[in-house]
Write a protein that binds this ligand. Structure first.
Ligand code: ZN
Length: 277
């Protein structure tokens, strides 16, 4: 949900990494369709490889971290198996985005004498390239979860978005109808509604607390602006703070179905989404 930086970063991006050191420029927040970018290695740590800029989305807001490759100067491809936000010594998130190689490869990279296959050093230029087919599935599911928030106007107390399924837990006691929700989603997909990235101020969010639909995750405050995702043209379908990656139009979601509705607890109904075969 840490999405406030990109809107104000367009002009400052060449300056901020220099001034603040570890900050990774998150290109995916302004353009979710970027599949690769050139970048410079700014750190190699036990948390992973940090670049000055990246198209890799780090696990957050329920959405899985990206996978892909870092293409090295000699053309070889270093596999990235996950992406995570960096953590400071006190455990809080910092602005690093950490690209994770397989554990044994990371150990080898940290000890240059043990890297027969890959050599990587701070300052090296690489091309960061995500697994786009996988990411597009995550984007289609993430936008679908926002459509579900429109169809089920209840607070959310859990969310998980993977390439193969997504689930959203609603804080409610009433039953939900699987077929009715699938039909509702199909209608919103067929309506080909635009999905746009915006921003609101902390004060605007304070004045409209109903925009926050998650009970478990609060949008980051303090930076002044909070990233939002809006679905709908003149008629608003959904608007909420979100740092995730989304398709640009609901028509790109395609055939998504509700595969299961579970009663997780007396006050939680879980909706599980899948792609139609
Ligand atoms: Zn979201």
């Amino acid at each position: 949900m840490a999405g406030a930086r990109s809107e104000q970063g367009a002009v400052q991006t060449e300056v901020i990494p220099v001034l603040l050191g570890g900050m990774s420029q998150d290109l995916f927040r302004t353009d979710a369709y970027l599949t690769e970018c050139s970048a410079t290695v700014s750190a190699i740590t036990p948390q992973g490889i940090v670049l000055d800029r990246t198209v890799f989305y780090p696990l957050g807001g329920g959405q899985a971290g990206d996978t892909g490759v870092l293409v090295l100067a000699d053309g070889r491809e270093l596999p990235v198996v996950d992406t995570r936000k960096g953590k400071a010594d006190d455990g809080s998130f910092n602005d690093d985005i950490c690209h994770l190689p397989a554990p044994e490869l990371l150990v080898a990279l940290l000890n240059s004498e043990q890297t027969p296959d890959f050599r990587l050093a701070v300052g090296d230029r690489v091309t960061a390239r995500i697994d786009w087919a996988r990411r597009l599935r995550l984007m289609r599911f993430h936008t679908t979860t926002h459509l579900l928030c429109h169809l089920v106007p209840q607070l959310v107390n859990g969310c998980s978005i993977t390439p193969d399924y997504a689930r959203l837990d609603f804080n409610m006691t009433d039953a939900l109808d699987k077929e009715a929700l699938t039909a509702g989603l199909a209608g919103l997909v067929a309506a080909a509604l635009p999905v746009t990235v915006g921003a609101i101020t902390d004060e605007e969010l304070d004045a409209k607390p109903e925009l926050v639909k998650s009970m478990s995750v609060q949008p980051p405050r303090g930076s002044g602006r909070i990233r939002t995702i809006r679905i709908g043209d003149a008629a608003l379908i959904d608007l909420q703070p979100c740092g995730g990656t989304h398709v640009a139009n609901t028509s790109e979601i395609g055939a998504v179905v509700v595969t299961k509705i579970e009663k997780k607890s007396a006050t939680t109904r879980r909706v599980v989404l899948g792609f139609a075969a």
